[in-house]
Design a protein around this ligand. Structure first.
Ligand code: NAI
Length: 462
């Protein structure tokens, strides 16, 4: 008899959520994790620590930019970097210990160490071999490398090194205007670092609704970030003074370089499955390094599944969590399901940027007849009270049926506001359904309702 019903490899958001749900459904569950703490990249060196630093530096920005406007006078605080990093570490600790508590509460066994899969149904951790009816690969992803760029995590860093810099750099070059580049670029820009973002494409945040991306770039530029777009980075090297990044402008092939104290490489992530022994096991992989799975997360090996960043789809913690829950239910003989059409995306800058469903560009490409309801936060009393009138809510709805097809928000609490639209989309709601729902005043969410109204007879405060 197998020792466990399920062994999950990796305790990130995909793995730990899958484990808790498995245990709740009565499966005897173990998780293999080699880090000292649970929570994976997200809790240890990703989502959570970056949000702590985004919060701290946002508060600093408020003190310097907005306090006097509100009549709060007095000496301006300065940054104790070691203490700020300590606060971040404390936030990490609270969260990782929280997962440990949940494992104990749900009787999930933590097998400490790095796993290999010597044969189907077996997981080796250290010298011990455990057997399981089902094995789940939830090993996540790692920063992808760039040719001629050697990361040392001190001067040339990935997001991991950017969370533990020894001091606040005077200048930073960020390679890649994706989510990591802009979130961490914002953190340092608010700390006084001169941040220059070098991006291969002609716009920031690829895949984002173009109108939102444009507004986002304008706002970030006002906050002091510099952008060099259409520039392919050719390499980066450590120099006596810091580092040098060389790039080629795509429009005319001209070459240039930038010097900076620190270089952040944020050009995407790739699945992390090294050392598991998947090749020897004969696990089918996709050309871009993901584990190939069917619609139920099953690989070609019986009893072996994969979820999260290790498989195809957006590399987002919440996508991994949802897959973890769905797979737990499937393994328990139920019907797990993830609606990939309604997965929100959020960039946690100030203002926040969020989206769900189709962009205008996608709808145009599909030749779909749609209408746009837009509302500026300038017309939202609450947003203006906190100096966040910039930005807007944009709802895209089917021209004939009024069904909501997508939504894009740039503005205060955009990352939370998006969820009422996610729920609406889950229920197949129309823009009118949202517009007819009473929204409390004064809240930011009134801007969502106004955008929904703008899909019909018009917003009130526009
Ligand atoms: P990304 O894929 O979001 O952006 C990478 C950017 O680098 C792209 O714009 C790309 O065009 C550019 N690039 C690539 N090669 C280049 C070169 N040689 N020169 C100049 N530019 C180049 O990747 P990122 O920001 O590293 O994030 C990795 C993953 O982590 C993403 O899937 C992201 O969704 C996820 N993530 C999500 C967060 C969130 O949901 N808030 C936060 C952080 C990461």
């Amino acid at each position: 008899m197998a020792e466990f019903d399920v062994i999950i490899i990796g305790a990130g958001p995909g793995g730990y959520v899958c484990a808790i749900r498995c245990a709740q459904l009565g499966l005897k569950t173990a998780v293999v994790e080699g880090r000292e703490t649970l929570g994976g990249t997200c809790l240890n060196v990703g989502c959570i620590p970056s949000k702590a630093l985004l919060n701290a530096t946002h508060q600093l920005h408020e003190v310097h930019e907005n306090f006097e406007k509100m009549g709060i006078m007095g000496a301006k605080p300065t940054v104790d970097w070691a203490k700020m990093l300590g606060y971040k570490d404390d936030v990490i600790g609270q969260n990782t210990k929280g997962i440990e508590f949940l494992f104990k509460k749900n009787k999930v066994t933590w097998l400490k160490g790095w796993a290999t899969i010597p044969e189907a149904g077996k997981v080796k951790v250290g010298d011990e071999v455990h057997s399981a009816k089902n094995i789940v690969i939830a090993t996540g992803s790692e920063a992808s490398s760039l040719p001629n760029v050697t990361v040392d995590e001190e001067t040339i860093v990935t997001s991991t090194g950017a969370l533990t810099l020894k001091s606040i750099p005077k200048s930073m070059v960020v390679i890649g205007a994706g989510v990591i580049g802009l979130e961490m670029g914002s953190v340092y820009a608010r700390l006084g670092t001169q941040v220059t973002v070098v991006e291969y494409l002609d716009a920031i945040t690829p895949g984002m609704d173009a109108e939102v991306a444009k507004a986002f770039q304008r706002i970030l530029t006002k906050q002091g970030l510099k952008f060099i777009l259409g520039a392919a980075v050719q390499g980066a090297e450590v120099t006596k003074a810091g580092a040098k990044v060389s790039y080629k402008l795509r429009k005319d092939d001209s070459e240039a370089s930038l010097d900076a104290d620190v270089v952040l490489v944020a050009t995407g992530r790739k699945p992390y499955v090294a050392g598991l022994g998947l090749e020897a096991l004969g696990v089918e992989m996709l050309p871009r390094g993901q584990v190939k799975t069917d619609a139920h997360y099953a690989t070609n090996i019986k009893g072996l599944y994969a979820i999260g960043d290790a498989i195809i789809g957006p590399m987002l913690a919440h996508k991994a969590e949802d897959e973890g829950m769905a797979l737990a239910e499937i393994m328990a003989g139920k019907h797990g399901h993830v609606n990939y059409g309604v997965i929100p995306g959020v960039v946690y800058t100030t203002p926040e940027v969020s989206s769900v469903g189709a962009t205008e560009e996608q709808l145009t490409e599909q030749g779909r007849a749609y209408k746009v309801g837009k509302f500026s936060f300038m017309g939202n009393g609450r947003a203006k009270a906190v100096f966040q009138g910039e930005g807007f809510v944009k709802i895209l709805a089917d021209k004939d049926t009024d069904r909501i097809l997508g939504a894009h928000i740039i503005g205060p609490m955009a990352g939370d506001l998006i969820h009422e639209i996610c729920v609406a989309m889950e229920f197949g709601a129309s823009a009118q359904d949202l517009a007819m729902t009473c929204h409390a005043h004064p809240t930011y969410s009134e801007a969502v309702r106004e955008a929904a109204l703008a899909c019909g007879d018009g917003a009130i405060h526009a």
